[in-house]
Structure formats: structure tokens, C-alpha cells
Design a protein around this ligand. Sequence first.
Ligand SMILES: Nc1ncnc2c1ncn2[C@@H]1O[C@H](COP(=O)(O)OP(=O)(O)OP(=O)(O)O)[C@@H](O)[C@H]1O
Ligand SMILES: [Mg+2]
Length: 296
Amino acid sequence: MSKSIIKIENVNKIYRVGKDLDVHALRNVNLEVKEGEILIIMGPSGSGKSTLLNIIGTLDKPTSGRVIIDGIDVTHLPEKELYDIRLRKIGFVFQFFNLISTLTALENVMLPMILLGELDKEEIEKKAKELLEVVGLGDKLYARPIQMSGGQQQRVAIARALANDPAIVLMDEPTGSVDIVSEAVILKLIQTLNKFFGVTFIIVTHNPEVSIIGHRIVYIRGGKLFETREIPRISIDNALDEKQIIRSQIEFLKRELIRLKNLREKGVLEADKYAESLSSIKRKLEKIKSVLSEDL
Ligand SMILES: Nc1ncnc2c1ncn2[C@@H]1O[C@H](COP(=O)(O)OP(=O)(O)OP(=O)(O)O)[C@@H](O)[C@H]1O
Ligand SMILES: [Mg+2]
């Protein structure tokens, strides 16, 4: 992995929610993402994950610090220039999909290509159909968001994010509402685009099965970012091979244990939260054990 495609330097984000009330959503965050990397961001609810993704995607500005995308300092760029950068370079899959309710699935996917204006109408329609086929929605081209399930809307959002062949794709819980088969399809799609097209992915997720496709995981807690060691890449070629999923789950839980221990030792994590997290890991391990013994 080579050049840096995203650089976040000393970023703070403070939301003013009342006259005397500030929410410090990001605290001195530093992060560098290499071109072709799959970065996973994990952390509890309210820890600042979506805020960070919005700032990386230039949808929001930091209160202080710098944001550099592909060598360009975008921190203070005017909206017109940011719009062009977003349209060409960045694909978004939002936590709540943000599809346009009056448009069909096909039209939602066509929209970024129409805005970019580089292909003619027929090519745009053809490409949008192909993208929807890839995410398994070839039969929902003319459905509007309200006529689709959460998981289907999520897959439309993924197809839309890929419409302009972005170099960077930002995904906020991309498998949050999908079933396990669609999840495997989405993970495979991410891996394929990454492997063959060098697309950089930044993925916010709570799901350990998603995190296994990452080259690196960072954690956010209370607006602070914690880097972890780079992890060896695990393949999901057999996305539905139970043994492999279980093995990586156990690996993940092991890493989680080490991470929690470190946080506890540094005093970042309170004793009760630590105990709570440990027992949740224990529950997960016991669940795995009981499923395995059923199989024997
Ligand atoms: N527009 C806003 N105005 C005020 N406060 C906000 C705003 N957006 C987020 N926050 C606050 O900033 C903090 C971080 O929010 P954020 O949405 O980034 O969390 P998150 O990690 O994405 O959580 P979740 O996992 O629930 O999606 C929270 O305390 C939230 O209430
Ligand atoms: Mg969020």
C-alpha cells in the first residue's frame, strides 16, 4: 500500500446544541488512510463515527484541524469545489440510506451519473441497471424506496454510491439491515472492487463479520480515535463457510479482549464498563461453544 488518500489532522468537532451546551463529538482525531485500504471504524453508539465519516466525506467541516483528500486540503474549500470532489471521488452509503423517495431505484442510481454529466442517458441507464443487478436488485428497478425493505434500500444506496466509480467509498453500517446472504454479497463486492480496482473503503460497522474484510480497524470512544495494529488480511472467499466465520469471530473476540485490556490499563475504560464488555465477550464465546457442540 502506497500513497495516502485521506489525511485527518488534529480534527475536533464541537456541536453547539444549546446556549451553554457543547457536544465534543471528535477530539484531536488523527487518521491517515492509504490508497487501496479497507479501513474499519468501530465504536459504541454516539462515539462520533458518523461525524467522522461526514467530515472525511466533506459533508461537514471540522471545528478545528485539517482534512486532506488525495493531496488537496479541503478544509476551507468553497462548497462548489467540494461538490465536484464528492461527485467524482467519493461514494456514500449513509446510515439511513438517504434515497430520494419520489424516485425509483433505477432513477436513484442514475442520479449521480446525471449530475456528473459525462455519459449519455442510455449509457447511464445501462450502468445503473448493471449496478442494481450486481447488488441483487434486478427485479426492483422500478420500485420506489417506500416499496422496498430496509435491506433492499440499503443495497440501492450501495449501487448509487458506486455509480461514478469513486476512488473512495464511505459506508455507514452498510450491512445494518440486510440478511446474511445479502451481507456476503456486499462483502464480496467490497473485496472485489478493492482488489481489482484499488477502491479505498472506509466502513463503519458494529458487525464483526464485516470487520474481517478490513486491512485495519480503528476504534472511536467518546470522540477519541484509537489505532490498532494492522491485522493480517483474512479472505472471505468462502463467505458462507461456517468454520471460517467462527474462526474469524474467535480471532476478533481475542483482539477485542486485548484491546479492552489495553484500554483498561491506560485508564481509558472504567472498571464497570470493562467488566460489562468482558462478560459480553464471554457470552459470545459460550454461544459459539454451544453451537459447536450441537454440531458434534
Ligand atoms: N448535528 C448534530 N448536532 C448536535 N449534536 C450532534 C449532531 N450530530 C451528532 N451529534 C452528537 O455528536 C455525538 C456523535 O454522534 P455520531 O452521530 O457521530 O455518533 P455515532 O458513533 O455515529 O453513533 P451511532 O452508532 O448511534 O450511529 C453524539 O453525542 C451526538 O449526539
Ligand atoms: Mg452513526
